[in-house]
Design a protein around this ligand. Structure first.
Ligand code: 9YT
Length: 131
């Protein structure tokens, strides 16, 4: 069994700064679970363009208030504590945090470690990230 606390990964390489967000990566590819699990803070007042073309992501809000807008349709969803959204179609979207917002994020396949978004809001495929 693997046991790990948020407290023990703060300030380590699992504590990844993305500018609009801070992703604390509790489980990564190297942990062998087949998914990664992140405790992510989205900073108040930010909008982040995201398009995970190589990963499926589920995002469960536990604190705060955000809006997800699908691109290009413009369809919007209000995200509050207790709401999950799942990018089951690798959906391109804009993520706006109205206040500091805390999300529990699960990625399949697992994120390797230190990925941050490229200019298109993408994380590289796992094989590229491992290079
Ligand atoms: C909710 C979201 O997608 N935020 C961007 C960061 C990402 N979830 C991560 O790496 O934790």
């Amino acid at each position: 069994m693997l046991v790990r606390s948020l407290e023990e990964i703060l300030g380590t390489e699992r504590d990844v700064e993305g500018g609009n967000w801070n992703s604390r990566r509790l489980l990564l590819a190297g942990d062998g679970m087949g998914f990664s699990l992140h405790d992510t803070i989205l900073r108040a007042g930010t909008t982040t363009p995201i398009h995970y073309q190589n990963h499926l992501e589920a995002v469960y809000c536990i604190e705060g208030h955000a809006t997800v807008e699908l691109v290009p349709s413009g369809e919007k969803f209000e995200i509050k504590p207790g709401t999950v959204y799942a990018l089951d179609l690798n959906d391109k979207h804009l993520l706006t945090a109205h206040v500091d917002t805390r999300m529990v994020c699960v990625f399949n396949p697992a994120v390797v470690g230190n990925e941050v978004h490229d200019e298109n809001g993408v994380y590289p495929a796992a094989t590229d990230a491992a290079k």
